[in-house]
Design a protein around this ligand. Structure first.
Ligand SMILES: [Fe+2]
Length: 345
């Protein structure tokens, strides 16, 4: 596995680049906006293709690099179900697997620091965000934090992992880079409590100042969505209501860009075809499946995904590749469902 721990010294944030092989797909966890150039340079140097960018929670101390990475690489932005951000390309929840080529991360819902905190577990290591830090735990006094929920996330989930599991947090302020579950169980002063009440009491007495960037970072991080309005302005979007009228029409091909697991979990628009987003470039170039479908027939290509973000990027790419009929469902399956559009399983 290719694994890099990257550091932003301004916010003391760790970001993690993962890939299964040189030349393969890569994923980044908790990227920082100011470091995006550095990440992309490293991705190029290691001959990787960045396909997913993930945040463990809405950060209060730095602006996320998710939006910038998406705009520059067309990668898929991922956050947990509970993150109240305007739009991400893909949402995951407890029990889901976050996958790239050759690598799968188990998604753990670990609220407490915030109510949208998730951890990601793969093989011998866990990325704990701000839930479990090295010799510390994330504060629980803002962003719907809860010491009680955090206690459950720690003692009910993370500390139950094998003792030699490596712990990679989202921050460290002392210069530590990695720990293990066993080491934290023994040496983390916050974890030497005998009950949830004792933990709640301990956390209530911390009296920390708010992060310097909080008033800037939180609102900025809640607005990382791709401007789907831009695509709509160009006439390349249909509303869910308009899309409803297109289902079953012989001159329309509805194309689902989501992953197989998302289709199984959330259902599909009846009679739609599956052409996963990672294969898009291959499918839209001359000779590709979607290119041929659009040029050999009079079919209009209507992309959709979970929230409209992947499909908006796909429309732009397809138009650039000469598929002038390409459009997408604004707001994706989420909007479709809200408009009572039918779903097949
Ligand atoms: Fe945080």
């Amino acid at each position: 596995m290719i694994f890099r721990q990257l550091f932003d010294s301004v916010s003391s944030t760790y970001s993690y680049l993962l890939a299964s092989r040189r030349g393969g797909e890569a994923l980044i966890i908790d990227p920082v906006l100011e470091k995006v150039d550095r990440y992309l340079q490293l991705v190029a140097e290691l001959d990787l293709k960045l396909v997913k960018a993930v945040d463990t929670h809405i950060h209060a101390d730095h602006i996320t690099g998710l939006g910038a990475l998406r705009d520059r690489t067309h990668c898929i932005t991922v956050m947990g179900d509970n993150a109240k951000v305007d739009v991400v390309s893909m949402r995951v929840t407890e029990g889901d697997k976050l996958t790239i080529e050759g690598l799968a991360l188990d998604v753990l819902y670990t609220p407490g620091h915030t109510d949208d905190s998730y951890s990601f577990l793969t093989r011998d290591r866990v990325f704990t965000g701000d839930t479990l830090l090295i010799r510390g735990t994330g504060r629980t006094d803002f962003q719907n934090g809860s010491a009680r929920a955090q206690y459950e996330s720690l003692f009910g989930k993370l500390l139950k992992l094998p003792e030699d599991t490596l712990v990679f947090p989202a921050h460290d302020y002392k210069g530590d880079t990695v720990s293990t579950i066993g080491e934290e169980k023994r040496c983390n002063p916050r974890l030497q409590v005998k009950s949830v009440d004792e933990y709640v009491d301990l956390m209530s007495k911390l009296k920390l100042a708010n992060p310097k960037m909080m008033d800037v970072a939180v609102p900025a991080n809640m607005r990382q969505g791709l401007a789907q309005d831009e695509i709509a302005r160009k006439g390349w979007a249909v509303t869910p209501a308009q899309a409803l009228a297109l289902v079953g029409k012989p001159d329309v091909a509805l194309i689902d860009l989501r992953e197989r697991a998302e289709r199984e979990k959330h259902g599909v628009i009846p009679a739609s075809l599956h052409a996963p987003y990672p294969d898009l470039q291959e499918n839209i170039r001359p000779g590709g499946m979607l290119h041929e479908l659009a040029t050999a027939t009079t079919k209009r290509i209507v992309f959709y995904c979970a929230f409209g973000e992947r499909s908006a990027m796909a429309v732009q790419a397809a138009q650039d590749a000469g598929i002038i009929s390409a459009c997408h469902i604004h707001g994706g399956l989420d909007a479709w469902r809200k408009a009572n559009g039918p779903l097949a399983r």
